[in-house]
Ligand binder design. Structure first.
Ligand code: EPZ
Length: 432
């Protein structure tokens, strides 16, 4: 495995291009199973999570070709209805195969995703959704065994859970409903841009979906879907991560290939904290620079369009060196604070109080060997390392490689002093 060696204190400058969205790509790749026509999907980032999904699709019997950022998927009749534990255990998001497999084959066997470092990853809402369309669900040998011998029938389903809407749960229900008999109405639907991107992809395949992006999505079932070409939306979390880098340690950087409307909550917070954020006329790029007298802020994560849970760790790294007190609470993944203990090893002053992180800004962090734990916590450690005094070694870089395409190259392009080197002492990649 690799580790990243970062020499901190060097101001970033110049510009960086953002890749296609990992979280839009995953359900869209799974949705390719909904037709036996070929589909072409562009700007699929070359990261472990999308590659795991492509491996699972080919293990199911689909043919998969990738040439640079474009993926062609062909899933002929006769594809398998069961995914192996070996493959699925590598990525919990493979739960989003449930909807397309049920729509296509009316049965599927999917290993249950376990928990992970950001907290328990329940699937009760996914089960509620597919049962509402008439499927029978059993748990057998760690697998979800789901059957709908009479096919799926549209229904009205309220998808709200204790922690709000579910992104992949909404995706699964949409994908299960597109070929169901009759109409499905999703109440309390997730509104994330990645859900809208999936709905746009499905409509290009001939589905009939209305209301994606609002809390109520209506899907009129159709007989069959056909192939199409689609380009996934920019990765708003990668863009946000670089925006935080711009506010933290730069002469001002420009981030290209973004979508302004997906970045409002973060942009507003950075401005509120005194930083410079300027979008281009068409909203496709943004200039970010550190404020002259920045101040701390308060984050309570919430479903889109609220402040994203996937950005709170990165902001915690920025708050660690911002004068004043900052407060971070995550209502979606309440335990998602693995990064705090590692940031404290770099000198951050963070106290946990009943699920809330209280951060008192210090002048500088100091470099140290740290351990990546989950995708966004690792990004927070990279940001902290860029601003820290001295050298930081970030171990278990595979966490970063799950969701950030060529992060080290992009940072080098911005003038950062980073080096990816083999880490012989580290174990092989762990399932997350
Ligand atoms: C998606 O995960 C994203 N992953 C996550 O990004 C993101 O953090 C999350 O949405 C929230 O925005 C992908 O899109 C691949 P949820 P998802 O179902 O859909 C609870 C990253 O860093 N819940 O919206 O799996 C759940 O425990 C990743 O890129 C149930 O209770 O998340 C959580 O508290 C990490 N029952 C809340 O809902 C269920 O059946 C929201 O989870 C499902 C979820």
């Amino acid at each position: 495995m690799d580790k990243l060696i970062v020499e901190g204190g060097h101001l970033l400058k110049g510009s960086v291009n953002i890749s296609g969205s990992k979280n839009a790509s995953l359900p869209i790749l799974a949705a390719a199973l909904l037709t036996d026509d070929p589909v072409r999907i562009s700007r699929v980032p070359d990261v472990s999570d999308t590659n795991y999904m492509l491996q699972i699709l080919s293990q199911l019997g689909a043919s998969v070709e990738r040439s640079s950022g474009t993926v062609r998927i062909d899933s002929p009749d006769g594809i398998s209805s069961s995914a192996s534990y070996e493959q699925v255990r590598k990525m919990r998001a493979s739960i989003c195969l449930l909807g397309p497999m049920m729509a296509r084959m009316n049965r599927c066997t999917l290993p249950l995703p376990g928990g992970c470092v950001i907290g328990d990853r329940p699937v009760d809402l996914h089960v509620r959704a597919i049962q509402a369309l008439g499927a029978r669900v059993r748990v057998k040998g760690g697998n979800l065994v789901i059957e709908a011998p009479n096919g799926l029938v549209g229904a009205t389903v309220d998808m709200r859970g204790d922690n709000g809407p579910t992104v992949l749960g909404t995706d699964n229900l949409m994908m299960a409903a597109v070929l169901a008999r009759g109409t499905t109405v999703i109440e309390s639907a997730a509104r994330e841009p990645e859900v809208v991107d999936l709905a746009n992809f499905l409509n290009k395949m001939g589905a009939h979906i209305e209301g994606a992006g609002s809390r109520t999505i209506t899907i009129h079932g159709v007989e069959r879907l056909h192939g199409c070409q689609h380009t996934v939306i920019p990765d708003r979390i990668e863009a946000g991560t670089f925006m935080v880098a711009g506010a933290l340690i730069s002469e001002g950087i420009t981030i290209n290939r973004v979508c302004q409307e997906h970045l409002t909550a973060l942009a507003d917070l950075l401005v509120e904290c005194g930083h410079t954020v300027r979008f281009s006329e068409d909203g496709s790029s943004v200039f970010v620079a550190p404020g002259t007298s920045p101040k701390g802020g308060k984050i309570t994560t919430s479903p889109y369009p609220g402040f994203p849970t996937d950005m709170q760790a990165q902001m915690t790294a920025l708050f660690s060196v911002t004068p004043g007190i900052s407060v971070v609470r995550d209502t979606i993944f309440p335990q998602r604070f693995m990064h705090c203990s590692e940031l404290k090893r770099m000198g951050a002053n963070i106290k946990m109080d009943n699920g809330t992180a209280i951060i008192t800004g210090t002048d500088r962090l100091s470099g140290a060997p740290v351990m990546a734990s989950d995708l966004r916590a690792s990004a927070a450690l990279v940001l902290a390392a860029l601003a820290a005094e001295g050298t930081t070694e970030i171990h278990r870089l595979y966490h970063i490689d799950r969701g950030y395409e060529m992060l080290d190259d992009k940072l080098l392009g911005l003038g950062a002093y980073v080096r990816r080197v083999p880490d012989p002492k580290e174990p092989a990649a762990q399932a997350i």
